[in-house]
Design a protein around this ligand. Structure first.
Ligand code: DAH
Length: 339
């Protein structure tokens, strides 16, 4: 019995000597002095001992208990000291430590696309312009050969401020405004916001278009095709092909829709594109009536124009199959950080 007690004391004091934090200290206390602790268990069995042994072993056990308590107290002071030293270290200011950087954002994906489109056309000598987002009926429709009540206007789901004032429904509104500056030749890219009364998974009430207008003497369809080829190779990749498909717009004659070969199936035809081509946007040779509206003599000058959607071409390039195009303007960082 006595040997066991001495063993217990040795074990306890050795363990307590290695304690370095409050959790270990508490664990040691419970292990020896807790309700189910080793020494407590021994004290409980004292009653079973022969009466001759009881007083001596009882005294010894109590003595050991006191020693363990004392050791625990010392260990407690030690752990407090360690803890406050650690805290002291934390509170110290290291003046040589580099500062914390503020998180740095980046340009919105549409701004990135706009800058790139601007760069590509500037290499061909096109300069960027911007025209009002609130526009008169004249520039938005009438000057573009769409007289009042003409059914073609229905294609532009227009926001009306008053019967004569609209939110610019397309960048084509900038064509006659540019002509009115009176400088020829014209080689503009009007890259601006447009508004239409549409909001669903594939339409935004506010979006961007880029409108090219080239007016000079003897401008031809061949040049139009050359400019589109250049843009397609720069923006989508050198292996891509475009084609012109006859169409009808009131402000161009002839008019085309411009398609680019589908990058997923390489023009063979797949579920995404159906027939191997996907539509980029509209284009054509500027209608003589539009030139006249801008004060330019159609006998002397000719030109081509095109108007395509920024969000649309960007999504076509990156194969973004957004479940909802409105995500682009939701300002959700989890989405925006990916671009
Ligand atoms: N403005 C037309 C639209 O928003 C696109 C367009 C078609 C622009 C033909 C043009 C053009 O300059 O020639 O749908």
């Amino acid at each position: 019995m006595e040997e066991q007690l001495k063993e217990l004391k040795k074990e306890a004091l050795e363990e307590i000597a290695t304690v370095s934090d409050f959790n270990q200290l508490e664990a040691a206390r419970i292990k020896y002095l807790g309700r189910k602790g080793k020494l407590t268990a021994f004290l409980r069995t004292l009653g079973n001992l022969p009466a001759s042994e009881r007083p001596r072993l009882g005294r010894l056990a109590n003595q050991i208990k006191e020693e363990i308590e004392k050791a625990l107290q010392e260990a407690s002071l030690k752990t407090q000291k360690i803890a406050s030293e650690l805290k002291g270290k934390k509170d110290l200011i290291d003046v040589t430590q580099p500062g914390l950087r503020e998180p740095l954002g980046h340009l919105h994906l549409v701004t990135q696309a706009i800058f790139e489109i601007e760069r590509i056309f500037s290499q061909l000598g096109f300069y960027r312009v911007r025209y009002p987002e609130v526009e008169t009926d004249w520039y938005a429709f009438e000057s573009l050969n769409m007289p009042p009540n003409h059914p073609a206007r229905d294609e532009w789901e227009t926001f009306f401020i008053t019967p004569q004032i609209v939110l610019t429904p397309h960048t084509s509104s900038g064509q006659v405004r540019e002509m009115e500056k009176g400088k020829l030749p014209i080689k503009m890219i009007n890259l601006s916001k447009c508004y239409r009364r549409q909001s669903d998974v594939s339409h935004l009430p506010m979006f961007h278009q880029f409108e090219g207008l080239y007016i000079d003497k003897k401008v031809s369809i061949t040049q139009l095709k050359g400019v589109f080829d250049y843009f397609a190779h720069e923006f989508f990749g050198p292996e891509r092909k475009i084609r012109l498909r006859p169409f009808h717009f009131r402000f161009t004659e002839p008019s085309f829709e411009v398609d680019i070969d589908c990058s997923l199936c390489k023009g063979r035809g797949c579920r995404f594109c159906k027939a191997g081509w996907v539509e980029l946007g509209g284009a054509g040779m500027v209608h003589p009536e539009v030139l006249r509206a801008g004060g330019i003599n159609p006998e002397e000058y000719s030109g081509f124009a095109f108007g395509w959607g920024v969000e649309r071409v960007y999504m076509m390039r990156s194969h973004l199959k957004l479940p909802d195009i409105r995500l682009i303007y939701k300002n959700d960082l989890r989405f925006l950080k990916q671009f």
